[in-house]
Structures are given as C-alpha cells and as structure tokens.
Design a protein around this ligand. Sequence first.
Ligand code: NAD
Length: 275
Amino acid sequence: MSKTIVITGAGGVLCGTMALALAKEGHNIAVLDLRKEAADDMADFIKNEGGNAIGVAANVLEKETLEKAKVAINEAFGKCDILINGAGGNHPLGTTSNPFLVAEDLMNKDKDFKTFFDLDVNGIQFVFNLNFIGTLLPTQIFASDMVGREGCSILNISSMNAFTPLTKIPAYSGAKAAVSNFTQWLAVHFSKVGIRVNALAPGFFLTDQNRSLLTKADGSLTPRGQQIIEQTPMGRFGEPEDLIGTALWLCGDSSRFVTGVVIPIDGGFAAYSGV
Ligand code: NAD
C-alpha cells in the first residue's frame, strides 16, 4: 500500500538515496530540506525516475516552517504515515584538532588549532540543536498525523559514533547518542498508539560533509581515512545504497514487531576492537 513519507534532509546524499528507493516502492515522498533548491531538485529527480514526490522547504529547528510544510504535504498526499529524521551533521567549532591532548598543544598559537579548551559553546549548541532538536520538532509536527493509525513509523538517523564516541567530535558524538536514546524513549512512549520508532546508525559514508576529511584532492586517503578503513572489518567506506535494505525493512510492515532498535550499518566498525 502506498504511504506518505516525509524525509528531512532529503536534499542531501544519504536521505536522497533512501527517498528514491522508497519512491520506487510506490510511496509518495515529501523531500523536506532547508535548501529549497536541493529539495526541488531531488523531487524532480525522483519524478523523472517515475516516482511521486514534492520538494518542501522547512527548517527542522523552526516549528512554524514545519507546520507550513505539513499543510503543503497533507494537501498533496494526505496524512503522514512515515517520518525519516535525516537532517543532521557536525560543525567545525565543536571539533578538536587532535585526537589526544598533549601538554605542548597548549602552546600552539595557530588560530585554527583547537584543543578541548578552545571548543566554542555556540558550535556545540549548533550540533546538539541540529541533530537532537532537529529530530524532536519534526516528530512533534508529523507524528500527530500517525496517532492511532495502522502502519505508521519513524526512522531516526543516528550514527555509529553514538555507541562509542569518535575522537575529535565530542558534540556530534554526544548529539547522536542523544538521538539513539530518544529513539528508545519515543518507541516506548508511542507504543500504545501504534507508532514504531527505530534508527539507523551509519558508519562512514563518503559524502560532501566529510569527503575532504577522509580523502585528498587526488582521491587517495587522508591518515584519518586510512585509519577508518583499517578499523572497518569489511575494508571500505559505506555507499549510500547500503542503507536502502534496512530502511525499507524498518519503514515496511515486515518489521511490524520491531521498535526501539538502532541498527549499525557500518561494515563491522562498531563490532571491532581493533585487535
Ligand atoms: P548531507 O549534508 O548530504 O545532508 C544533510 C541535509 O540536511 C542537507 O541537504 C542539508 O541542507 C539538510 N539540513 C541541514 N540543516 C537543516 C535544517 N536545519 N533543516 C532542514 N534541513 C537541514 O549529509 P548526509 O551525509 O547525507 O547525512 C544525512 C544524515 O546521516 C545526517 O543526520 C548525518 O548526521 C547522518 N550520518 C552521516 C554519516 C556519513 O558518513 N555521511 C554517518 C553517520 C550518520
């Protein structure tokens, strides 16, 4: 049966890929993104591929824009059956330059060099807001359509850094840990009104956000990129298409007794101790 699926951040790489896959299953897709042009481009792409989609501009941190988006989506496709909370990301102001603090770092006067003591609370708040509040607000707006109806569910996008924090990115790791925790909380809270809530925890996928951190201009790996591949038992980065199978399963009725899970899609990264 065709469902109405709202996907935040679907103007981006990972959620755009899931949007296309869900459209190919016959669902109506609302491609919601802060960047109106990216949302429209992705919706056009889906339509060119034979799917049904609209692009909708909204900021996951502004309730009014989400409410407006909901009106447009309800008019186009009816009530929302499934919400994928995909908008998210990191910020350089919540990131340290080195994985470990050494005493000499405190003497480094380079303005771009950041120790733990230089972390900017604005950067940290940006990351917590985008990932956590940006999951909570769309859920408040769109889950109101789902209460008491059959086949409704929410899929959050956490990260494998929620299980064990990655070096250098305390804000992003903490914010995604909050998303995983919230997934479980919501799954329990919504269990009596028929809304399942689960999450994907992607490992390392090469996207526009992290390409320059993981690869050099000539395409070869940076030291951090190399370290990640060595730490990934399957020996490669994820490809956006690797998310599709689990997303289809968690959004579909074959997972109807599954709620409150956070599924790593990481080539074994989270399972590997490195020895
Ligand atoms: P991306 O940057 O390609 O996509 C993110 C999209 O979110 C962008 O289109 C952006 O415009 C949109 N967005 C940003 N702020 C917004 C806001 N306030 N309101 C509405 N939309 C907003 O990133 P991606 O790599 O495709 O990441 C998608 C999700 O997957 C994110 O939650 C990210 O944290 C998560 N994730 C990514 C990786 C990875 O390796 N790329 C790994 C784990 C988790």
